[in-house]
Design a binder for this molecule. Structure first.
Ligand SMILES: Nc1ncnc2c1ncn2[C@@H]1O[C@H](COP(=O)(O)OP(=O)(O)OP(=O)(O)O)[C@@H](O)[C@H]1O
Length: 244
């Protein structure tokens, strides 16, 4: 992980006024958000608000048609996903990307080869995920939802990303496992890794976040700190359906 760069207003990721389409459907209509170095930004909103599309635009899977995305001081607009990941972005997709017939070890070794990191790095990552280290010879299909989520996060961390981008890591998990995922993300943040976290679980996301962006119908409805959101209950009730 690189040292914080004081020369660029402390931002590891700055998304400015992006517009993204699926065919003719204009989904993101001028989305802007920021992740500051070493901090966590939570991206919240109801189903269909455009959260996943925002992440897909950032990682180059569904490129924005206009707007600007600056990551690690580089304008990555139009870059391929492969190149963006190489620059230091770790992506944990919503479906977790776990293969049923590969073992935990094979998932991790593929990532080690692909990112060219040392086996020492694998040991460092496994130290954060004790449960995964005990399951090295289990197949993907033999893992619980929580273990699959942890493996997906571990794999993204192998490449020593400066920014970890996660799409609803709590989805489908029991509350006690959500707490484990949340504690793990807090530890990752403590090591200096910046985090962009998409969540339906506002409580979990706000416990980790330094800033919050709320989307509705492809537009930003709120941007501020968790405290500012707490002081604006009408916003959270209108766009999240809960008081925070
Ligand atoms: N492949 C696609 N083709 C066409 N429209 C899509 C596609 N994927 C998503 N959409 C539409 O784009 C809008 C935003 O979807 P998106 O998945 O980004 O929302 P979200 O906030 O992540 O919601 P969820 O929590 O349900 O994943 C929705 O109206 C959705 O129906």
């Amino acid at each position: 992980m690189s040292e914080p760069d004081k020369g660029t207003n402390g931002s590891i990721l700055a998304v400015s006024d992006i517009h993204t389409y699926y065919g003719d459907s204009h989904i993101l209509q001028g989305v802007s958000l920021e992740v500051r170095r070493g901090e966590c930004t939570a991206l919240l909103g109801r189903n269909g608000a455009g959260k996943t599309t925002t992440l897909r635009s950032i990682v180059g899977l569904t490129p924005a048609r206009s707007g600007r995305i600056v990551f690690a001081n580089q304008d990555i607009s139009g870059w391929t996903t492969h190149r963006i990941v190489r620059l230091g972005l770790g992506y944990v997709p919503e479906n977790r990307g776990i293969f049923s017939n590969l073992t935990v070890r094979e998932h991790l070794m593929v990532a080690v080869w692909a990112s060219g990191v040392s086996s020492q790095r694998l040991d460092q990552v496994l130290a954060i995920f004790p449960r995964i280290s005990e399951r090295m010879d289990n197949l993907g299909q033999q893992l619980s939802g929580g273990e699959q989520q942890m493996l997906s996060i571990a794999r993204a961390l192998l490449g020593e990303p400066d920014l970890l981008v996660l799409d609803e890591p709590s989805e489908g998990l029991a509350p006690i496992i959500v707490n484990e995922v949340s504690d793990t993300l807090a530890r990752i943040k403590e090591t200096g890794t910046s985090i962009l976290l998409v969540e339906q679980n506002a409580e979990m996301a706000l416990s980790l976040a330094d800033s919050v962006t709320i989307l509705s119908q492809g537009r930003v409805q709120f941007s501020g700190t968790p405290k500012e959101l707490e002081e604006a209950p009408r916003i959270s009730e209108a766009y999240l359906g809960v008081s925070v």
